[in-house]
Design a protein around this ligand. Structure first.
Ligand SMILES: C[S@@+](CC[C@H](N)C(=O)[O-])C[C@H]1O[C@@H](n2cnc3c(N)ncnc32)[C@H](O)[C@@H]1O
Length: 225
């Protein structure tokens, strides 16, 4: 078997933790504190996150999406496939090097979605974007971490706690949807979404598209019109 080759390591802004990029042949891995955050061979549920959200909002006039976490670009690419020419996607990415990797060695994995004119990058915390806007998005797609139990940074807890959820609610247009990816179920988080005013649906999505294996959680939380 080909051994993993270490490519680069950078600090997660404000955290002191390292985010690292590895390669093994055609396969890439992004790891934080020694744990895998994203592997290029496993992206079924990251695409399902966009597919499920877009099924709700893609046919709205000039749909606007916010994606938190670029990762390897699979969610972004799936959203762009679902949106028409009038759609726009802002992708917020906390770690500048992740954007650089997507413009370089990772770009081809999801078909270079950053080169699509409908996509733009906010280099920074998705929380900043949420706090800055009111009734601005038809869909907000969050995949910044392992789920409500954070791995990348402590600061991400805010996004999954009541203040962050209420801020996301306010940033959505009426009828808009907050879609949240998680590695594992969390009944407490579902309750929190409901208390923030959302109508919630739970979905289980295959990690590896049609090939079985683990299932991840996707919550679709609607700001009812
Ligand atoms: C699991 S990966 C996302 C995978 C992505 N859905 C895909 O399809 O490849 C999580 C990404 O979120 C980024 N991130 C973590 N916290 C963030 C935050 N608060 N704001 C924006 N990006 C964040 C990480 O640097 C990482 O690139």
């Amino acid at each position: 078997m080909i051994p993993w080759e270490f490519l680069e390591s950078v600090e997660v802004p404000g955290e002191g933790r390292e985010i690292c990029l590895y390669r093994r042949g055609e396969e890439f891995s992004i790891r934080v504190a020694g744990r895998e955050l994203m592997n290029s061979r496993v992206h079924g549920s990251e695409e399902a996150l966009a597919d499920l959200a877009c099924a709700r909002v893609a046919d709205r006039p000039r749909p606007r999406l916010l994606i938190g976490g670029l990762g390897m670009g699979f969610t972004l690419a799936a959203a762009l496939r679902r949106l028409g020419p009038e759609g726009r996607v802002v992708v917020a990415e906390l770690v500048p090097a992740v954007v650089t990797w997507n413009r370089g060695p990772l770009g081809g994995l999801a078909g270079h979605p950053l080169e699509d004119g409908r996509a733009s990058v906010h280099a920074g915390d998705v929380a900043e974007v949420l706090r800055a806007e009111r009734q601005a998005y038809d869909g907000i797609l969050l995949d910044v971490d392992n789920g409500p139990e954070g791995l990348v940074r402590k600061g991400n807890d805010w996004l999954y706690a009541r203040p962050g959820l209420e801020t996301a609610f306010a940033a959505l247009r009426p009828g808009g949807v907050l879609a949240v990816w998680s590695a594992a179920p969390s009944p407490v988080f579902v309750q929190r979404l409901r208390r923030a005013g959302f109508a919630v649906e739970e979905h289980r999505a295959r990690a590896r598209e049609a090939r079985g294996g683990r299932r991840h959680m996707i919550w679709l939380a609607t700001r009812e019109a």
